[in-house]
Structures are given as structure tokens and as C-alpha cells.
Design a protein. Structure first.
Length: 214
């Protein structure tokens, strides 16, 4: 994983909410990147192996941190009868009052397809926790499977998206260290924000959504 701290903070947050879960010693990809290349035989092989593993372990629920995994598990693993959840479903108000501005880079597959209303739900959680959610028009950050298949195009999109955040940061005079944040509930987008945000010198501090509530 390119952003190990993201996964660690998610696990810590779920444990703080008394969510009982385990992490596989050996985990196979859900197969989505392979599916996008058109290698259907390889994809079906990966799905079959995952299904066998999940059956052997007797899992009743899968909590995923990846939008692509969430889509694939819901659509192509439904015959297993395993409940598929996204980690944001466990986010609740912070126990301590927070402060500062937050920009969300939303996960396109969840915002537009799988989780209508997720933007409003998260805004309420973070604003009720004390943050101010800054409204920024949404479009793709360049991450996801696109960065694996067409790096040149993905990088052009990423640099353009970072310019949005940089311009906004330059316009807001009250931006101060440790008081203005940018976040995303997609680990691929988090890496894009980390890598290209540093290149573009955006003024927001990058934090994952669980860290902001802990």
C-alpha cells in the first residue's frame, strides 16, 4: 500500500469504535485493475480464488477502504451472501470539539454511483464535530486505475486538480498551519494529494478522514 498510515489510522479508528475485525495474512487483489484491461480470464481466476478464501474463512462481512474494491465486491461477489461495507459508514462525531477548515476530494465512484448523498453525510459529521467544510467544485483527481493505465493523462489531471486547491489556498488569507486541512476517503486520491500536492505547494495540511476525527 502506498499510504500505510492511511490504513493504520482506519484500523485504529475502527478499534476505537469496538468494531471486531481481522486482516488477512495473505490478501489477493479484488481484480478491478485487471478487469479494466480486458483480461477477463485472469480477472475471473482472481475472483474465484478470493471467493474460495472468503468461504473458507467464513466471513459474514467485508469492510473495505477502497472504492474499487467496494464496487467489485458488491457486484461480482454478491452470490457469497457477504455484507459489503465502506469504512465511512463507521465515521461518527468526534468526541472532542474540533476546529479548522476542511476540503474534501471526493471518491468519484462513491459520490456518483455507489453512495448518493455521501458528500452531505460527511459534511454533517465533520461540521457537527466543529470543522468548516469548504465547498470546492468536484472533479477527478487523476487517481485510481487511470494512474496505472495512462500515467501521462492521469498526471495532467492531477496537476490541474492541485491548481484548484493551490488557488483556493492563496485566496484564503486565514490559512494557518494546523488549522486548514484537505482529506479524502479514497487511498488512491490520498496518494495523489500527497505526491502532487507537495509538488504544487498547496497550503492545506493533508490528513486522512479517520485521523481528523480521532
Amino acid at each position: 500500500m502506498k499510504t500505510p498510515k492511511y490504513g493504520e489510522n482506519t484500523a485504529r479508528y475502527l478499534l476505537s469504535k469496538n468494531v471486531d475485525f481481522c486482516i488477512l495474512d495473505q490478501e489477493m487483489c479484488c481484480g478491478y485493475p485487471i478487469l479494466c484491461t480486458g483480461e477477463f480470464n485472469t480477472y475471473n481466476l482472481m475472483v474465484d480464488r478470493n471467493k474460495k478464501l472468503f468461504k473458507e474463512k467464513g466471513f459474514e462481512k467485508i469492510i473495505t477502504v477502497c472504492p474499487s474494491c467496494y464496487m467489485v465486491f458488491k457486484k461480482h461477489y454478491s452470490d457469497l451472501g457477504i455484507k459489503i461495507e465502506y469504512f465511512t459508514e463507521y465515521l461518527t462525531l468526534s468526541e472532542e470539539k474540533k476546529s479548522g477548515d476542511i476540503i474534501f476530494q471526493h471518491a468519484c465512484p462513491l459520490k456518483y454511483i455507489e453512495f448518493p448523498g455521501i458528500e452531505e453525510k460527511l459534511k454533517k459529521i465533520y461540521e457537527d464535530s466543529g470543522y468548516k467544510v469548504v465547498n470546492v467544485p468536484h472533479y477527478c483527481c487523476g487517481g485510481g486505475v487511470g494512474h496505472q493505465l495512462r500515467v501521462d493523462i492521469a498526471e495532467m489531471i492531477a496537476r490541474k486538480r492541485m491548481e484548484d486547491f493551490k488557488e483556493l489556498g492563496d485566496q484564503i488569507s486565514k490559512i494557518r498551519e494546523n488549522s486548514s486541512f484537505i482529506t479524502t476517503y479514497c487511498p488512491d486520491a490520498f496518494w495523489i494529494l500527497k505526491f502532487y500536492g507537495k509538488k504544487q505547494k498547496i497550503k492545506y495540511q493533508l490528513k486522512d478522514p479517520c485521523d481528523l476525527l480521532m
